[in-house]
Design a protein around this ligand. Sequence first.
Ligand code: ADP
Ligand code: MG
Length: 406
Amino acid sequence: MNIHEYQAKELLGRYGVTVLQGHVAWTPDEAVEAAKRLPGPVYVVKSQIHAGGRGAGRFKEDPNGKGGVRVVKSVEDVRAAAEAMIGKTLVTKQTGDAGKVVSRVYVEDGCDIKRELYLGLLVDRATSRLTIMASTEGGMEIEEVAEHHPEKILKAAIDPASGISGFHARKLAFGLGLTGKQVASFTKFVTSLYGAFQELDCAIVEINPLVVTGAGEIVALDAKVSFDDNALFRHKDLEALRDDTEMDPKELDAVKNDLNYVALDGEIGCMVNGAGLAMATMDIIKLYGSSPANFLDVGGTANAARVTEAFRIITSDANVKAILVNIFGGIAKCDMIANGIVEASKNLSLSVPLVVRLEGTNVELGKKILAESGLAIIPAENLADAAQKVVAAVNESRASGTTKGA
Ligand code: ADP
Ligand code: MG
C-alpha cells in the first residue's frame, strides 16, 4: 500500500526523521491558511499524487505551464499555485499518459538546499536483509543511476539481529562526502528512518532528494513510503491512509473481495486458483501468441460467490476479448466451481468466448454441469489445449470483427 508524501512525512516525523514544516490543503483557501502558519518567506506547493517526477511533470490543462512542485515567494503565489494544481490532471514520467488528478496539495516551508542526495531503504531478497542505499545523485531516479553509474550507489545491509549501528551510518555518510556536523545529523536521520521502517513494516522507503541544508542539517525533502500489505493487519491505523482514488478501480474491487488481482494490458481475461497456476497460465497464453489482460488468483478456497465476483471484475475490463478459466479443484471441488461459472455466466450475460479447463476433485461432474448448462462454454482438456483454444477464439472474434467493420 502506498501513501501520499504529506502522510509519509507526518509518520516519519513521529519516528524522529527530520522533515520540514508543512500542511495539507484541499482548497486554495486552505493552502493560503497553511502558508500563513509557516515561517516563510519561501513556500513550496506540492501536488499530492501517488507518483514521482512531479517537479518535472506538466498539467494536462496547462501543458506549457509550470510543474507539479512550485517554489513561491508570497502567500498570494501560494494561492495561485494551489489553484493551478487542485482538480487538475498531472502527467509525470510515472503516471503514464492518463496522468493523475490532484485532489490536494502540500504546502511546505521552503528549504535552503545545499546538496541533493538519495537515500532508500528496502528489503533485499538476495541478502534477506534490510538494505540502505545511498547516492550522491539526488533527484535522479535510482534505477537510472543503477544503470549508468552503479559505482555511485552505496549500500549497507543491516543484520536484523544486531540492527543498525553508528558504523553503518558513518560508512554511508563518508561515502556521500558529508563532513563535520552533517555526519551526526545523517546518523540520527538514518537511524530514525530504519526504526520507522521496521516498526511500520514497510516494503520501501525512498527519500529523494535527501538534502543537506545551508545550516548543515540533513532533511527529507521528498518521501515515498510503501507498506508491506501482508503486515497491514498489524497496523489498523494505517488503513485510514489508504487513498482509494489512487488505485485502479478493478484492483480496488478485488482487494475488497479478497481476490489477488493485477490489471495488465493484454486481451485474455484469466481466472485461476493459486498464484503459481496463474503465473503458468499467463506464460502459456504468451507462448501461444496472445497476452493476459490480468493476473487473478481466486484463492484455494474459491466458492461460487467469489467466482461471480471474479467474473464481474474481469468482464468490466473493455480490453478483455476472451476469458480463460483454469481451476484445479482441491479444497474447492470442480462441480462447485462449475456451478459458479454457470451462475455467473447467466447473471452477467457474458459476451466474449469462455474457455474452461477444470482438473481435480469431481472433475467429471464439473464437466457435465458445464456441458449441460446450454451455455456456449468451450471445454478444454489440459492447459495447452485451453491456451490454444482461447487464443484461437480471440483471433476468430478479431477476424469477424474486421469483416463486420469493412
Ligand atoms: P518529485 O520527486 O515528485 O518531483 P520532490 O518532492 O522530489 O518531487 O520535489 C522535486 C524538487 O523540488 C526537489 O528535487 C527540490 O529541488 C524541489 N523541492 C521540493 N520540496 C522543496 C522544498 N520544501 N523547498 C525547496 N525546494 C523543494
Ligand atoms: Mg522526489
